[in-house]
Design a protein around this ligand. Sequence first.
Ligand code: TRP
Length: 326
Amino acid sequence: MSKGRILSGMQPTGILHLGNYEGALRNWVRLQDEYEAYFCIVDWHALTTLYEDTKQIKENIRQVAIDFIAAGLDPDKCAVFVQSDVKEHAELHLLLSMITPVPWLERVPTYKEKQEQLQLESASYGLLGYPVLQAADILVYKANVVPVGRDQLPHLELSREICRRFNNIYGEIFPEPEAKLTEYPVLPGTDGRKMSKSYDNAIYLADSAEETTRKIRSMFTDPLKVYKNDPGHPETCPVFALHQVYNKAETEQIAHDCRAGTLGCVACKTRLAEAMNQALAQVRERRKELEDDPSKLDKILASGAEKARVIASETMKQVRSVMGIG
Ligand code: TRP
């Protein structure tokens, strides 16, 4: 039985890495069986920081969509769609913007951070309104639950405030959306720092088995383990951190042998690469299928948008009616 409706979104950043997979996608794949689920590639949100260079967006959307499906989102179970394909998000965003006090938006920590990070002289109206658009994404489906990472909590809180304010003024239309946090391991990249596209240390879902093996071989390890038979410190080693995620069956043995100085880093990396390539084989296969048949992806996104529109247009009818407009 369905527990309710979930919606989550991700910006079209291009191919996704294992950090994105473990941090969000893997969880979404599980949730699609428990909820009526909507997963949105938020291209309008991407414009809040990328407005000058939009040439890449189309291809980036495709790559993210391919990774969604390859990771196991099943278009028969959930809706995978592109935000700008469902114009109702924009209409609700406009209407919600009328009831959202500017100081609420100026208080959102990501607003200041983005301004500093991008060294913007003056932030755009769209960047300030980022959380209003996010609220529209959620409320237009009357989603009860929003699976997100911890970094999104301020945005979610604002969505809830906007929701309450709307309901107070116009009547109870929207259920208050709840964040669903999942604890997940922060994956280290090849240099031991957090895996991130901008650090150039990421392993991608789109990487081949050979590429993955090559990246694993180049990984940083415990700096105190210089020779093969030196005792190592798995708790500080990024290779071990990946074993804990992709090679659970062998983790204990590997920790033991590393500490004892009987397992060298080269052999340890070979075992990790094998385990990872096995764990990712199915994702890669599905990825290749979608790359080889672009029309298949087009159909998936079109039918996702159609499913989404059914709900979104119904909500907008109610919204227009209670607001007495349009
Ligand atoms: N702001 C989210 C992020 O950067 C993306 C997002 C947009 C989103 N709309 C959403 C997430 C609605 C959850 C629900 O990750």
